[in-house]
Design a protein around this ligand. Structure first.
Ligand code: ASP
Length: 403
C-alpha cells in the first residue's frame, strides 16, 4: 500500500479503465465484468469499514489514556490538534459555501441517497435537527454495526473507549489486546486495498460513460478550491498561530520548516517525513527532544489539518456531483465525522481515502464517488500533506511554549 509503485499503478488503472471504456464500451461481457468487479470491490470496502473504525477508535481512546499519563503536555497537544483541525474544516466549509464553481455545470447523476439519510430534510428547525442527530447516535450498538450507521458506530466506540479508559486497571491487558485486534483488522483492510487498482479500473470504466468535459472542468474547479482553501490555512492561519502563541514570525517559521514541508510535498506522507520533522523541531525550532518525541509522532498520526480541510470540501463537491441533498444537519455531521476521520487517517499517501468513505456513507453519498475523486487525488495529496506536517511542527512549538 505504501510502495512507491502504488500511486502510479492507481493512475494507470484509472487511465486503462477510461481507455477500455472509450474503445470497447458496449461489449456486453466487459460491461458485466466491470459491473461485478465494481460492486464486489465496493462491498468489500463496506465490509471492512465498520470493524476498522470501531476498533481503531475504541483502542485509540485507550491509547490516549496512556498518553494522558503525560499530563499537561498531552492536554496542550491534544487541545491544539483539535482546535486547528476544527479551524481547518471550518475554513474548508466556509470557502466551499461561497465558492463552488462546479454548480454552474449539471451534476453527474440525480441518484437517491444510499441510506435513508441521517437527517430528515423535511423536518426543519434546530430542535428536530438535534433530535434526529441524537436518534442516529444513540442506537443499539449491534444495529448500528449491522446497518452501517456510521454515526452510531462512532458514538458506540467513543462511549466504550471512554468507559474502558475509566474502568480498566492500569495493568490491564485489554488495551494491548484491542490494539492487536485493530492491527489484525488493518491487515484485512490492506488485503482489500491491494485490489484497489482493479476496483479503480472497474469504477473508472463504469464512470466513463458519465464523465464528460463538464465533469473534468468541475474537477479542475474543485482542485482550485481545495488549493486555495489549503493555502489560507497553511500560509495565513498556521503562521499566525505560531506568531501569536509562540512568538515565531512567519518568515522565521518558513525558513525553519522548509525542508520537512518540501519532503512532505515530495512523499505525500507525514509518516515518512517524521524523522526530518523531529530533527527540524529540535535543531531549528528549539523544541526539547522529549517533547518533540511525544508531540510529533502523535501529530503525524492524529493531526491532519490539510486532510480535514480537503475532506470537508470533497464531501460537499461529491454530494453535488452525485445529486445528494446537503442540509444543515448534514453539515454538522460532516464537521463532526471529519474531525474523527482526519484524526484516524494514517500518514501515508492517500491515507485519507478510507476515512472519506466513512463521511460519504454517513451523508448518503454512493461509495463509487471515490472513483471520481481518485482522478485528481494525487496532486492534491502532496499539498495537504505539506500542511499536515506544518501543523505538526507548529504544534511542537506551541507544546514547547505552553506545557
Ligand atoms: N497523505 C496524507 C499524509 O500523509 C494523508 C492523506 O490525507 O491522505 O498526511
Amino acid at each position: 500500500m505504501t510502495s512507491k509503485w502504488f500511486a502510479p499503478l492507481l493512475i494507470l488503472a484509472a487511465f486503462s479503465g477510461w481507455l477500455a471504456a472509450s474503445l470497447f464500451s458496449g461489449l456486453t461481457w466487459l460491461d458485466t465484468t466491470t459491473a461485478i468487479v465494481q460492486s464486489s470491490f465496493l462491498a468489500a470496502l463496506r465490509m471492512i469499514i465498520v470493524p476498522l473504525i470501531f476498533f481503531s477508535l475504541f483502542s485509540g481512546v485507550l491509547q490516549l489514556r496512556a498518553a494522558g499519563a503525560m499530563g499537561r503536555l498531552a492536554g496542550v497537544t491534544v487541545a491544539y490538534y483539535a482546535f486547528t483541525s476544527a479551524i481547518a474544516i471550518t475554513i474548508g466549509l466556509i470557502v466551499v459555501f461561497f465558492i463552488h464553481p462546479w454548480t454552474a455545470y449539471p451534476p453527474l447523476a440525480e441518484i437517491p441517497p444510499l441510506s435513508s439519510g441521517l437527517i430528515d430534510a423535511e423536518a426543519g428547525g434546530v430542535a428536530s435537527l438535534i433530535g434526529n442527530l441524537l436518534n442516529s447516535m444513540l442506537v443499539n450498538p449491534f444495529s448500528a454495526l449491522a446497518e452501517l450507521n456510521i454515526l452510531g458506530v462512532l458514538t458506540t466506540a467513543l462511549l466504550f473507549g471512554s468507559a474502558a479508559a475509566l474502568t480498566l486497571p492500569t495493568n490491564s491487558r485489554w488495551p494491548a489486546l484491542l490494539e492487536e485486534l485493530t492491527q489484525t483488522i488493518y491487515t484485512c483492510a490492506r488485503w482489500v486495498l491491494t485490489t484497489l487498482p482493479l476496483g479503480i479500473f472497474a469504477i473508472t470504466y463504469q464512470l466513463t460513460d458519465r464523465i464528460d468535459l463538464n465533469t473534468l472542468v468541475s474537477l479542475g474547479h474543485f482542485a482550485g478550491v481545495v488549493f486555495g482553501a489549503t493555502a489560507i490555512h497553511g500560509v495565513i492561519v498556521l503562521p499566525l498561530i505560531a506568531w501569536v502563541l509562540a512568538g515565531v514570525t512567519p518568515l522565521q517559521l518558513a525558513r525553519a520548516i522548509s525542508q520537512p514541508v518540501l519532503t512532505a510535498l515530495m512523499t505525500s506522507s507525514s509518516a515518512a517525513t517524521l524523522p526530518l520533522s523531529m530533527t527540524t523541531a529540535e535543531e531549528k525550532l528549539g523544541v526539547t527532544r522529549n517533547k518533540a518525541a511525544f508531540v510529533l509522532p502523535l501529530g503525524a498520526t492524529i493531526n491532519m489539518d490539510g486532510t480535514a480541510l480537503f475532506e470537508g470540501i470533497a464531501v460537499i463537491f461529491l454530494a453535488y456531483m452525485f445529486g445528494v441533498q446537503i442540509d444543515a444537519g448534514s453539515v454538522i455531521i460532516i464537521f463532526l465525522i471529519t474531525m474523527l476521520a482526519s484524526a484516524g487517517a494514517p500518514g501515508i499517501p492517500s491515507g485519507s481515502m478510507a476515512g472519506l468513505q466513512v463521511i460519504l456513507l454517513a451523508v448518503g453519498i454512493p461509495l463509487e464517488a471515490i472513483g471520481l475523486l481518485l482522478l485528481i487525488e494525487r496532486p492534491l495529496d502532496t499539498f495537504r500533506t505539506a500542511v499536515n506536517v506544518e501543523g505538526d511542527l507548529v504544534g511542537a512549538l506551541i507544546a514547547e511554549k505552553w506545557s
